[in-house]
Design a protein around this ligand. Sequence first.
Ligand code: UDP
Length: 243
Amino acid sequence: MTQTRQDQIREGKSKILFSTKDPNQIIQYFKDDATAFNALKKGTIKNKGLINNRISSSLFQYLERKGIQTHFIKQLSEREMLVKKLEIIPVEVVIRNRAAGSLCKRLAIEKGMSFDPALVEYFYKSDALGDPLISEGHILHFRWATAKELSLMVETSLKVNEVLRPVFKEIGLELIDFKLEFGRDAEGKVFLADEFTADGCRLWDLQTQEPMDKDRFRQDLGGVDEAYLEVSKRLQNYFEARL
Ligand code: UDP
């Protein structure tokens, strides 16, 4: 059995990575730990690990069906996902359909302003530096990604937006913004990596405009566990009805 956990590779804020007997495959283990504001705020969200594994597995499978290449191989257990082993590119791509979060603070933009086409931003993936906003110039100059890789990352991120916005709309949620990460395999091929969950995107309830994502935790709004579970249930119903 190659698909069992071997050694721990690293522990991140919300996941632990383990090697497997296959050098090209690793296991992502989803924890209940939640952090915000560059880990200044810490807590746990009940059953977040298994909810996020479920959400991410179903969304990555859906994205694959729509022609987007991801690191997802299969869901192994409640909290474990088998994925391709990749070298993570240290650039976070953020896609925004409406203004929220750091954009509003940084540039005094009114919360909720809509963007069509979607606004694309890049952040340097560095906990030590607090994930600063960067430009294409930084990415190319410091060789964090090649021009070809970056254009594939942006194109893929915009396609993810196009594919997932209608899914969320159908379950009564507006996809406000989200963050994606990418990595390269041993041959240098680029795949969508990490996860797609309520930890890394903003979802506003279409009827109430209430956040149904990590902003409930960031802003102490209460009902955090319930919101994560609700998003997962709605998505599960959506995909089950379409199998
Ligand atoms: N995001 C993330 N990880 C980060 C920073 C941002 O997943 O380290 C997500 C965040 O949940 C939101 C989007 O990226 O959906 C845009 O985040 P923003 O830049 O507004 O930062 P925030 O104020 O949310 O930290």
